[in-house]
Design a protein around this ligand. Structure first.
Ligand SMILES: Cc1cc2nc3c(=O)[nH]c(=O)nc-3n(C[C@H](O)[C@H](O)[C@H](O)COP(=O)(O)O)c2cc1C
Length: 329
């Protein structure tokens, strides 16, 4: 059990926030395969408070999508409170704040990972979110281990870490890379171990280099974090959740998904995507996911070539039939 404020999450293996991926269809597939909790894609505060009909639809939380967290991104502290309140009213169980995004245009606008350089601004944002929703919803924070490898950056990390817990944040997810690293190099798990020792009973989730189920279970054991946030390892591989659970509960690693299971899950994901986005966008979005699912296919290169050759969105069903036949051939 992973406890995040008032929320009890069945086990420590959670679906990370992934821009461009963790929409409702992907969250549903992840849950079906055992994810205990899922975060949506990060969203700007102003997008929430000035949402178009389409954005409102993207942010809608149906009854089967719980527990679910919304992740807020922004640079202007005053935008966070109203946005957090609107997300709580929309039904999100947790409001998460992004202090980690390393994308250049995000940093340029003093958002995401840039806030690690400015503890007063980061803590102001956290306080505003807590004031808006802290009474009835857990608030959590996602951080990288700093802006860069300097001692000053580490000092600011710990200032923010201690400050957010003092103010009442329920959990912090730490990605063991710096903002400067982006996605290159290793995630520093020794740093995660130090963070967990530093905060004691307070809840920390770890992130970074969780490519396989064994990585996730090893991170829990080696660093002592309370939960893990599965990111790239879960794109196109929702089975990673059942594998994590098996290893964690002392059972043998389940076999890799058979071609028939691959087809069944791809079909489920495809139907969800088409129902959510319509046939045109749904087909093209599925292509992106299917490129990742292809890693589990016996002929990954051929499947990827077929996906790349897709000209029309409705060609996705044909690729599925050609490469993921119903009899598993
Ligand atoms: C395509 C992609 C999109 C991401 N989007 C987000 C996001 O919206 N919010 C967030 O906190 N982290 C985001 N991340 C970071 C991941 O949640 C995670 O911290 C990072 O990928 C490290 O884990 P990994 O090495 O196991 O992939 C993203 C990562 C990737 C690869």
């Amino acid at each position: 059990m992973l406890t995040v404020g008032s929320l009890e999450i069945a086990h420590p293996f959670t679906q990370a926030a992934l821009s461009g991926y963790t929409d409702l269809p992907m969250r549903r597939v992840a849950r079906r395969h055992g994810a205990a909790y899922a975060l949506g894609q990060m969203v700007l505060g102003t997008t929430v408070t000035h949402a178009s009909d389409w954005q409102r639809r993207l942010l809608h939380v149906p009854a089967d999508d719980h527990p679910v967290g919304a992740q807020l991104l922004g640079g202007e502290p005053h935008e966070f409170g109203p946005a957090a309140r609107a997300l709580a009213d929309a039904g999100y169980d947790v409001i998460d704040i992004n202090f980690g995004c390393p994308v250049h245009k995000v940093l340029r606008r003093r958002r995401g990972g840039w806030l690690l350089a400015d503890p007063p601004a980061a803590l102001d944002i956290v306080q505003r979110v807590l004031d808006a929703v802290g009474g009835d919803r857990p608030v959590t924070v996602k951080m990288r281990r700093g802006l860069d490898d300097s001692a000053e950056s580490e000092r600011r990390f710990f200032t923010i870490l201690e400050g957010v817990f003092e103010r009442g944040v329920a959990a912090v997810t730490v990605h063991g890379r710096t903002v400067k690293q982006r996605y290159a190099g290793r995630s520093d798990w020794e740093f995660l171990r130090r963070v967990k020792r530093h905060v004691g009973d307070r809840v920390v989730l770890g992130s970074g280099d969780l490519h396989r189920a064994t990585d996730a279970v090893t991170m829990l054991r080696v660093t002592g974090v309370d939960g893990v946030s599965l990111a790239r390892g879960a794109i196109g591989n929702p089975w990673i959740f059942r594998e994590c659970l098996a290893l964690w509960t002392g059972r043998a690693l389940p076999p890799l998904p058979s071609p028939a299971e691959l087809r069944e899950t791809l079909l489920l994901h495809f139907r969800e995507a088409v129902a959510f986005y319509g046939p045109r966008d749904g087909g093209m979005i599925m292509r992106r996911h299917a490129m990742k699912y292809s890693r589990l296919h016996p002929c990954p290169r051929k499947v990827r070539e077929a996906l790349i050759a897709m000209k029309e969105p409705d060609a996705f069903a044909a690729v599925l039939d050609a490469w993921f036949a119903p009899d598993g051939s």
